[in-house]
Ligand binder design. Structure first.
Ligand SMILES: *[C@@H]1O[C@H](CO)[C@@H](O)[C@H](O)[C@H]1NC(C)=O
Ligand SMILES: *[C@@H]1O[C@H](CO)[C@@H](O)[C@H](O)[C@H]1NC(C)=O
Length: 224
């Protein structure tokens, strides 16, 4: 009986591998407890592309993507700075800002961010529109163990959440590659056409753990 209980506990706690096509994570309330942890065996990156879609009506700062390593809690981060109306990208704890974006509430927005360590340049594609290419950090890899979290911003490796930076809303189509995608590949992602799914995080075969109140639901579709 005790063994059975342990086995049941193990299956509920173990990360699940799921095809999330047509589905989304719903973060339904403001809290510093609820999040989704995304798992990957990949731990060493000299280039990265991260794409995701999100839907919110938050009128404050909030996190969209948080990757921390033991020495750098902002090793790769996408963050909305509401006071300055800027999307911020962090690599290796360094920050660049992208302004002038039409980040309207209550609609889906796609964000793709590329970076490579040889040029040190980061570029953000907001709803398919490329930003300028800005220098952020060159010459060193993002080296794990990585902890990747949706819904909360990590100020420590896997913790240090701030309720006032939490995400409330929906997220879908999260992919991560260990190379920079070409503009055409990014356009295919934005237009929801065929694209090579992420080789680090793949929304169609996603290994994740939900902590506290986050739901997986059918993605909202509009009736015509
Ligand atoms: C950086 O990452 C790349 C890709 O994973 C790897 O081939 C290379 O050896 C790494 N470089 C260092 C200095 O760790
Ligand atoms: C979050 O923001 C509210 C309202 O501005 C403030 O009262 C509260 O102290 C903040 N909480 C934290 C943990 O920073």
């Amino acid at each position: 009986m005790k063994l059975l209980f342990v086995l049941v506990m193990m299956t509920t706690c173990a990360a699940r591998l799921q095809d999330m096509s047509g589905r989304m994570f719903t973060f339904p309330l403001q809290t510093n407890k609820a999040y989704v942890k995304l798992n990957t065996p990949r731990q060493d990156f000299n280039a990265v592309t991260i794409c995701h879609r999100s839907f919110t009506d938050l009128k404050r700062d909030h996190i969209l993507f948080s990757l921390a390593t033991p020495s750098r809690s902002n090793d790769f981060l996408i963050f909305w700075d509401n006071a300055n109306k800027e999307m911020e990208a962090f690599v290796g704890d360094k920050k660049v800002e992208f302004g002038g974006l039409d980040y309207k509430p209550n609609m889906w927005h796609s964000v793709c961010t590329t970076w490579d360590s040889s040029s040190g340049l980061v570029q953000l594609w907001f709803d398919g529109q490329p930003s300028i290419r800005k220098f952020i950090s060159s010459g060193s890899n993002i080296t794990g163990p990585v902890i990747i979290i949706l819904g909360q911003e990590q100020d420590t490796h896997g913790g240090g959440f701030d309720i006032n930076q939490s995400f409330v809303g929906m997220m879908t189509d999260v992919h991560m590659w260990d190379y920079t995608l070409s503009p055409c590949e990014i356009q295919n992602y934005v237009d929801q056409l065929n694209f090579t799914p992420g080789n680090v995080l793949n929304w169609r075969a996603l290994e994740f753990q939900i902590v506290d109140q986050v739901l997986t639901e059918q993605r909202i579709t509009v009736c015509h």
